[in-house]
Structures are given as structure tokens and as C-alpha cells.
Design a protein around this ligand. Structure first.
Ligand code: GBH
Length: 472
């Protein structure tokens, strides 16, 4: 007899259900005119940087089709929607007064959400730095933290009457390490020391933005980190040492300053040959360590690492600063990104936060998966995605059952969209987008998620899984 998971899974009353998107990935309406250039415009225009040379010029044309997208959110029944504002749309040159057309666009989105009873959650920075700010040094330069705080204050000023939740930064690890160390993301620089400076100035920008926003009007403000539970593949001391280093760079380098007020000593030591942290000024850690109202966690996959001498060389060489050999052990099940599927990793990341850090309300601000979705007869039967979601929602519930203060879940993503360096090949949406026509087709997973929201949980035997066609 199969060991069925005991019973229905119910989330606590008031649990927040949402979906998430990001400006550059969906909006289109790029420069010139509608907004200034961002580092992603520049990066995508360089040969070989994105799959098929794709860029966000049109994306999902959300800038023009947002009314239809608001209807899709309404049909899903979400209580909240997390989206980001484009800095380069609101300040074409990355500084100065906010652009009125940009303000009007985001105001219409916010009002459209509120009209439908959907709470707007606004991310202030989801990777699309205005190109002029990069030209002035980008995140490795201290001035960018000041520019960002100024921008955040401007956004807060015009939205604070209607928006109650703000997220300062999305995944600063990605901005710093993929943007300035491996160069896989914009601006495509490969300067290890710059990645650490970028980390510090992202965190400082977060803290300065918090200060500036709190001085204008009250709101709940948090930050979103991409956290990956990191374990050694074996008990071999080299694997354990590698797991410590990877966990340090990926997770603790961000969590510790934000939640404990200092950089982790072992990571600072590991990085000694790359930088001496001379860019940290007196008082910076106090600014970074100010109380936040919640922590956003983006979780996709666990990292199980080995560093024994037969581990492959780090590729590209600069991604994991200072590490020369690093292997990842994958699970059998993978998404089309190649990422391991392991819901238990989500439970581990959440329980670890509760155990190792001061108490703070947690929200999963992204979780989801890319699969090879194919429309057939006007339908997209994405059973793999439903399985992924079912497993991860159960894992989130396990964390709550273990006492973790988890208050909400935002599914990535509402729509298929521009998946950064992967272009339009990878589809994460609950809604399929036919880029040739911009037609939106809700996938079967949209129905699954709507049922989850309605039930505030999962049935013990997922109804939709029964609808799966028999394996030939
Ligand atoms: C999120 O990034 C983004 O916030 C979102 O915009 C994006 O569309 C979505 O996820 C899907 O990708 O980078 O080779 O070291 C997630 C980024 C993915 C970064 C997993 C760390 C680990 C492998 N994370 N990745 S690697």
C-alpha cells in the first residue's frame, strides 16, 4: 500500500497567496521614449549574451496589455501581486524627478489591483539598473547606493498612500555575482572584487532606502534573497569545506549583515585575497542592519556540493569567488532549467532561518519551475509544474508545522516571460504566452493554483494529478 500523505494540507488563516513578475521581464515599451536604457538593454544587445539574442523590447507587452493581465490575476483569485517598478522608466537618466508617464503607468496598475481586491507588493529593484548609473560605476560604486535610496524615496512618495508592502531589492546575490563576477547577467562584468563591493553597496542601498522611506510614510518594508540550502555531498572534509564556503557566499554574506549586523567572519577571511573590505565605512553595518518587517525568500532548488580534487573546475571561473573546484550533485528530477527538484530543500531553508536567525516574518516571494510547455487544442497540460508546485507547497506547509513564521507564497510567475540570459526559451508562467500574437492561455497549473487559493491549501490526493493521461 502506498504511504499516502496523511491528510489535507491547510494553511493558516490570512496566509497570503500571490504571483510575482518583474518589470524588464514582462513590460516591453523600452527605450527610447517610454523609458531610459537599463543595463539589460545594453547587455541583451551584445552578441551571444542572451539565448537567440532575445531582449525585453516587447516581452509580454504588459505595458499595453496590463488590463488583460489584471483580469488574469483576478481569475486566479490571488490576494496579492508582486511586481517591480522599472527605475529607468521612472528616472530615464537614473536620477532627478520621477517621470510622469512612468508614475501614471504604475498608478494604473496599483489602482487596477486595488479595484480587484488584490494587494500590490512593489519590488523597487529587480535587476534593471539605469545604464547611466552603471556608467557612473554601477553597484561596485558607493554612489549607486545613494542614487537607489533617492529613487526609492521618490517611488514611496507617490505610492505610499496605496501600497503597504515594499521589497527593496530582489536577490542581491544575483545582481552582484551574476552581474559582476561571472558576467552571466547584466552588466556582464567579470571582476571578483567588484562583485563584493557590489554586494556591500546593494545592502547599503537597501538600508538607505529603508531610512528614506520610513521618514516619508509608514509601510511594511522587506528585502528578498535567493537562498539555497547548501549541503556537502558526502562526509569528506573537502566537501564539507566547500559547502561551508558556498553557503557563506550565497546565503550568509547577505543574511548576516541584514539580520545580525556583521559580515560572516569566515567569509571575510575566505575572501582575503580578493578584497579587504576597505569599502565598508563606519556606520554602514548599522544602516544595513536596521529592522525590516519581513524577509522574502526565493527558492528554486537546493545545492548539494562537492569539492574533492576530482570535482570539476568552477565554471565560469569567477562565479564562486576563490573556489577553484566545485561539483553539484543533482537530483534525478530536473526542471528545464536543469535545476534539481527537491521540495524538502524549501523546508530546510525556512527552518534554518527560524533556527539560526532572530525571529522575522517570512514570505516565499518566488517559487516555481520552467518546463517544456506545449499548447495543444487550446490547452497547456503542464502536469510537471503542478507536481512541482504541489510538492513545494507541502514543503512550505511542513515548515509552518515545524513552527516557522511563514506568512505567504508568491508563485513565479504569472506569465511566461523574458527569462534573462535564457531569453524566451524558458517558460515559468501559470499563463502561456504566444509571443507571436501575445495571446495568453492559462495553463492547467493556473486552475490548480486557483483551487489551492480557494481551499487555502491542498487536497490529500491532488485532483488534477488524477486527470493526468496514463503513461503509455
Ligand atoms: C529568480 O532568479 C529571479 O528573481 C527571476 O527574475 C527569474 O525569472 C526566476 O528566478 C527564474 O530564474 O546561477 O548557476 O549558480 C533565480 C536565480 C537561480 C540564482 C538558481 C541561483 C543557482 C544556479 N537563481 N541559481 S547558478
Amino acid at each position: 500500500m502506498a504511504t499516502a500523505r496523511s491528510d489535507q494540507v491547510r494553511f493558516p488563516p490570512g496566509f497570503v497567496w500571490g504571483t510575482a513578475t518583474a518589470a524588464y521581464q514582462i513590460e516591453g515599451a523600452g527605450p527610447p521614449g517610454a523609458r531610459g536604457p537599463s543595463i539589460w538593454d545594453t547587455f541583451a544587445a551584445r552578441p551571444g549574451r542572451t539565448a537567440d539574442g532575445d531582449n525585453g523590447d516587447v516581452a509580454c507587452d504588459h505595458y499595453h496589455r496590463y488590463p488583460e493581465d489584471l483580469q488574469l490575476l483576478h481569475a486566479l483569485g490571488v490576494g496579492a501581486y508582486r511586481f517591480s517598478v522599472s527605475w529607468a522608466r521612472l528616472q530615464h537618466a537614473g536620477r532627478g524627478p520621477l517621470n510622469q508617464r512612468g508614475i501614471d503607468f504604475y498608478s494604473r496598475i496599483v489602482d487596477g489591483l486595488l479595484d480587484r481586491g488584490i494587494e500590490p507588493w512593489v519590488t523597487l529593484y529587480h535587476w534593471d539598473l539605469p545604464q547611466p548609473v552603471e556608467d557612473a560605476g554601477g553597484w561596485p560604486a558607493r554612489g549607486t547606493a545613494l542614487r537607489f535610496a533617492d529613487f526609492a524615496a521618490g517611488v514611496h512618495h507617490f505610492l505610499a498612500d496605496r501600497v503597504k508592502r515594499f521589497i527593496t531589492l530582489n536577490e542581491p546575490w544575483c545582481s552582484a555575482f551574476l552581474g559582476y563576477a561571472s558576467g552571466l547577467h547584466a552588466p556582464g562584468r567579470t571582476e571578483p572584487a567588484a562583485a563584493i563591493r557590489a554586494t556591500h553597496h546593494l545592502l547599503l542601498g537597501h538600508g538607505l532606502a529603508l531610512e528614506a522611506m520610513r521618514s516619508i510614510a509608514p509601510a511594511e518594508i522587506g528585502i528578498t534573497l535567493n537562498l539555497a540550502p547548501t549541503a556537502a555531498a558526502t562526509g569528506h572534509p573537502d566537501d564539507i569545506e566547500t559547502a561551508r564556503r558556498v553557503d557563506g557566499l550565497h546565503n550568509r554574506l547577505y543574511l548576516d549583515p541584514l539580520l545580525r549586523g556583521h559580515y560572516p567572519a569566515d567569509v571575510v577571511e575566505d575572501l582575503g585575497s580578493i578584497t579587504k573590505f576597505g569599502f565598508v565605512a563606519d556606520g554602514d553595518l548599522g544602516v544595513i542592519h536596521q529592522p525590516i518587517d519581513f524577509l522574502g525568500v526565493n527558492y528554486y532548488a537546493p545545492q548539494t556540493v562537492y569539492g574533492t580534487p576530482d570535482a570539476p573546475p568552477v565554471e565560469p571561473p569567477s562565479t564562486h569567488l576563490g573556489l577553484t573546484r566545485l561539483g553539484f550533485r543533482q537530483t534525478e528530477r530536473r526542471t528545464s532549467m536543469g535545476w534539481s527538484v527537491e521540495g524538502a530543500g524549501l523546508t530546510r531553508v525556512l527552518t534554518r532561518l527560524a533556527r539560526d536567525y532572530p525571529p522575522i516574518p517570512l514570505y516565499i516571494t518566488e517559487n516555481g519551475a520552467a518546463y517544456e510547455d506545449e499548447p495543444a487544442g487550446g490547452q497547456v497540460l503542464d502536469h510537471d509544474r503542478i507536481d512541482y508546485l504541489d510538492e513545494h507547497l507541502r514543503a512550505a506547509h511542513d515548515a509552518i508545522a515545524a513552527g516557522v513564521d511563514l506568512r505567504g507564497y508568491f508563485l513565479w510567475s504569472l506569465l511566461d516571460n523574458f527569462e534573462w540570459a535564457e531569453g524566451y526559451r524558458k517558460r515559468f508562467g501559470l499563463v502561456f504566452v504566444d509571443y507571436a500574437t501575445q495571446e495568453r492561455v492559462p495553463k492547467l497549473s493556473a486552475k490548480f493554483y486557483r483551487d489551492v487559493i480557494l481551499a487555502n491549501g491542498l487536497r490529500s490526493t491532488p485532483q488534477l494529478r488524477l486527470a493526468r493521461p496514463p503513461v503509455p
